[in-house]
Design a protein around this ligand. Structure first.
Ligand code: NAX
Ligand code: K
Length: 500
């Protein structure tokens, strides 16, 4: 069965907000779904909502308000803590609204007050909203006692409905301490991994997946929520912890490898080395004092460079190769020689010309590869024209990635990113970005993210960051924007996402 991780669900939630669908709207729909389930289970009577201070509790406040408007229900809410302790704006907003409804509320100070409350024994049905997917670590008080009191009433034959997941259950399917035994679990948008384990079956009761109005695009297009899934930089980080990137490029061109290297630095990589042919080494170094340049032997990348490259590759986390290399026979031959030494690589531009079907097969399993072709390069890689039609294009990217065991980022008006199993689209960016060099910037961003994150997530987020930086540059320069303008805007996007 298809399920979703709580991290991805959070990402989708945030992507919804980016598209204009507010968290408050999702919470309203989630709460309404819970209220409907209570109605189905109990025609009338006393309903007790036991709510924590997170958004799971927020769903309960909405459900309580909905239910209280229906004749025949007496609705009570126990909040585990004080109203002022509620963690999110949305949950607090919905708790505040209860003052104007017929819902009775009790804010509890400690577990003694909880044990003393008669609201548990007086209820006909209990709704468990202590925690949802935000539970972490050992369960503290008063939440632990709350779970026990709910279970006591459940044992006595009362119906217990869990909001999203039975409180205490690990949402990802890992071990857990204690949890609510529910008769029905109303989960939102998609099945959660933690509801499907053998052990979880004892706790969930029947599971109902309720749609809460998530926009399809929040799931299919990369958004700021996906960026939140990237590893954050630690405060006590040491030099090199945030990624060591080796750029192999240049020869006929000098700007391309420099743009990729600077983009990796602007994305937050600690150490970026540009290994470039001797003929352009001084030029590349002159672009910026931030660049470490390693001189290769000749005018273009050539087999003699194999005496130095393997050691360089070993001392870096990711190799980003191809930008401005040119397509000389000896260069393409050297690219093929380099591949088996790399554990993680981003292959762009001319490096893509060096790949034959055979190579992927021999490399598969030993390394992780991200390829970043445009339509023409993708056609070369596959040996057939790249389709114009979006659905056919998406299918081609998915099938190619699956067959070759790589992550593909096909650049275009809509970028398509796939690892064969998961596919995401990206629509940030603008027509001004057809200017030379923006692809090199993208390769650099991809490399920096890939040094610390899974390949698929790195490629998807890189496309989003590159396009968003381009959109900021467009605001200033319009169609006259340059790749260096895009570079300058990367930190703004990274900072805004809080991942720098
Ligand atoms: N798309 C989404 O992600 C949506 C999420 N919604 C709801 O939001 C929930 C997730 O909300 P949150 O992320 O706020 O998390 P939760 O509400 O699941 O839990 C967070 C609260 O529990 C406390 N807590 C965590 N671990 C604890 C422990 N071991 N002992 C004691 N207290 C502990 C935290 O301090 C915090 O107050 C979902 O399960 C769902 O019910 C819905 O509102 C609809 C949309
Ligand atoms: K719950």
């Amino acid at each position: 069965m298809k399920y979703i991780s709580s991290l991805r669900m959070k990402a989708i939630d945030r992507n919804c907000a980016y598209l204009g669908l507010l968290p408050l709207q999702l919470m309203e729909n989630a709460g309404a779904a819970v209220a409907r389930s209570v109605k189905e289970k109990l025609g009338n009577g006393k309903v007790l909502f036991v709510a924590g201070r997170g958004n799971n509790g927020g769903d309960a406040f909405v459900a309580a308000r909905h239910l209280a408007g229906i004749p025949g229900y007496a609705v009570r809410v126990i909040l585990l803590g004080k109203g002022s302790d509620i963690g999110s704006e949305e949950a607090f907003h919905n708790f505040s609204l209860l003052r104007f409804s017929r819902v009775k509320t009790l804010e509890i100070r400690d577990s003694n007050q909880l044990t003393a409350s008669e609201w548990f024994s007086e209820a006909d049905l209990l709704v468990d909203a202590v925690f949802g997917t935000g539970v972490k670590g050992k369960i503290k008080e008063p939440e632990s006692t709350a779970i026990e009191l709910i279970n006591k009433e459940g044992k006595a034959g009362k119906t217990v409905i869990a909001v999203d997941i039975p409180s205490g259950l690990d949402p990802e399917g890992g071990d857990f301490d204690k949890a609510v035994y529910a008769d029905l679990t109303v989960t939102f948008h998609r099945m959660k991994a933690g509801l499907l384990t053998e052990k979880a079956k004892e706790y969930t009761g029947t599971i109902k997946v309720e749609e809460i109005g998530v926009c399809a695009d929040a799931e299919h297009y990369v958004g700021p929520g996906d960026l939140q899934m990237l590893r954050k930089r630690k405060f006590d980080a040491h030099k090199g912890n945030a990624g060591r990137i080796l750029i192999i490029g240049g020869g006929p061109y000098s700007g391309a490898p420099a743009l990729a290297a600077l983009a990796a630095l602007k994305t937050g990589a600690d150490l970026v080395t540009a290994a470039v042919p001797e003929s352009v080494a001084r030029t590349v170094a002159s672009y910026s004092p931030d660049l470490i340049v390693r001189k290769l032997s000749s005018n273009v990348l050539c087999p003699e460079d194999m005496s130095t490259l393997p050691d360089l590759i070993n001392s870096h986390d990711v190799v980003v190769m191809g930008m401005g290399l040119g397509r000389a026979t000896e260069t393409l031959e050297t690219v093929r020689k380099i591949l088996p030494f790399c554990r993680k690589m981003v292959l762009d531009a001319d490096a893509l010309s060096a790949l034959s079907g055979v190579l992927f097969e021999t490399l598969a399993g030993n390394c992780e590869i991200i390829v970043t072709p445009h339509g023409g390069e993708f056609a070369l890689l596959r040996g057939v024209e790249t389709p114009e039609d979006h659905d056919a294009r998406e299918k081609a990217v998915r099938e190619f990635s699956e067959e070759k065991g790589v992550v593909t980022l096909l650049k275009g008006k809509t970028d398509i990113i796939s690892d064969g199993k998961q596919t995401l689209l990206n629509r940030t960016g603008n027509p001004g970005m057809t200017v030379g060099g923006t692809g090199d910037v993208l390769a650099g961003i991809t490399g920096a993210l890939f040094s610390r994150n899974p390949a698929f997530l790195s490629a998807a987020c890189a496309a989003f960051i590159n396009g968003s930086a381009g959109d900021l540059a467009f605001e200033k320069s319009g169609n006259a924007l340059l790749a260096t303008d895009v570079l300058e805007k990367i930190p703004e996007i990274i900072r805004e996402a809080g991942i720098g």
